[in-house]
Design a protein around this ligand. Structure first.
Ligand code: PHE
Length: 331
């Protein structure tokens, strides 16, 4: 075959060029096809000879054509793949699975602990009325203890609940003893600094039994075991305190998780951190829900505070900033 045609095949840069070349050689009016057509004008002898040559030429053309076509198709496929390329490297360290927020992780851990002890989970509305949030909890409107709470009020005197304790009242009004509940949820106070946000979360606990079956001793052992489960090797102390809805009342401290009790900025050099409030349910509260001849205890804790101490997060506000540099540490 003419060197020329082989060169032309090899010079083709695309399947389209190669196809055009094939048509110009083997198409209806192609150079080789025309030579085949002229065979009929030759005498028998030279017809045979020429036909043999032409067939050889055709086979040779096809051989070079097929080789080139394969090369070009591979090249074109590769180009196409590059065009549609999906750059997986881009997702290298982005396509991570979701994870629970440290606050929710802490909440789940606490809830699970009490659920395993047969506490059931209760909830109440975030918008409360004066009766459930204050009055029935032994905080009459004249009571100075109301100053302890900085409250968000609505025009109609409703309010954003300042603690989860109103769930105590709601539960006692709809159930009879024995009661054994925890009530997790958001609460609201007018406060904003490195240890306070206007919305935060509490878990309330309430146990009520007929007669005098439960005592402060039960409360104390429950909370001691709970705090050791959560914080590990810490010292625990119950400090006499006051809440209108419990009597006697206590605040519970753990030895500072930052300085191990030797005194630092976080514990204000006392060696202790307050982590919850508790007490024996005040008989006035039972009067408000018409319970007679019962005994009970209650406790309340701030989940953010637990999460901060557990994970040594210095600024409470960072819990709500959604900064991935913080959150990714809790995956
Ligand atoms: N409600 C109290 C507070 O918000 C905590 C508490 C709950 C104290 C139950 C005693 C019993 O500070």
């Amino acid at each position: 075959m003419q060197k020329n045609i082989i060169n032309q095949i090899q010079a083709c840069a695309s399947m389209q060029e190669l196809e055009e070349l094939r048509i110009s050689v083997l198409g209806k009016n192609g150079s080789l096809s025309r030579k085949f057509a002229e065979l009929k004008n030759l005498d028998e002898d030279s017809k045979k000879k020429t036909a043999a040559n032409l067939n050889k030429e055709k086979d040779e053309f096809n051989k070079y054509y097929n080789e080139k076509a394969q090369l070009l198709q591979e090249k074109e496929l590769e180009l196409k793949m590059q065009e549609n390329v999906f750059n997986f490297a881009y997702f290298d360290d982005r396509a991570k699975t979701a994870a629970f927020h440290p606050l929710m992780q802490t909440m789940d851990k606490i809830i699970n602990y009490f659920v395993n002890l047969n506490f059931s989970i209760e909830s109440g509305p975030l918008i409360e009325d004066d009766f459930h949030n204050f009055e029935a909890l032994n905080l009459p409107s004249s009571h100075p203890a109301r100053d302890m709470q900085d409250t968000f009020y609505f025009k109609n005197k409703n309010l954003l609940r300042t603690h989860t304790s109103p769930v105590q009242i709601r539960t006692m009004l709809k159930q009879k003893p024995p009661i054994r509940i925890i009530a997790p949820g958001a609460v609201f106070r007018r406060d904003f600094d490195i240890t306070h946000t206007p919305m935060f979360h509490q878990i309330e606990g309430l146990v009520v039994e007929d007669g005098d079956r439960v005592s402060f001793a039960n409360l104390k052992s429950l909370l001691e075991e709970f705090l050791i489960y959560i914080f590990g090797d810490v010292k625990i102390r119950f400090r006499p305190s006051f809440f209108p809805f419990t009597e006697p009342s206590a605040e519970v401290d753990i030895s500072c998780v930052f300085c191990k009790g030797s005194g630092c900025r976080v514990c204000k050099h006392t060696g202790w951190l307050e982590v919850l409030g508790c007490g024996v349910v005040d008989s006035n509260v039972f009067n408000f829900v018409s319970y007679e001849n019962v005994s009970g205890y209650a406790f309340g804790l701030g989940i953010e505070r637990f999460a901060m101490l557990l994970h040594k997060i210095p600024d409470l506000r960072s819990m709500y900033e959604g900064d991935l540099r913080l959150l990714e540490q809790f995956r």
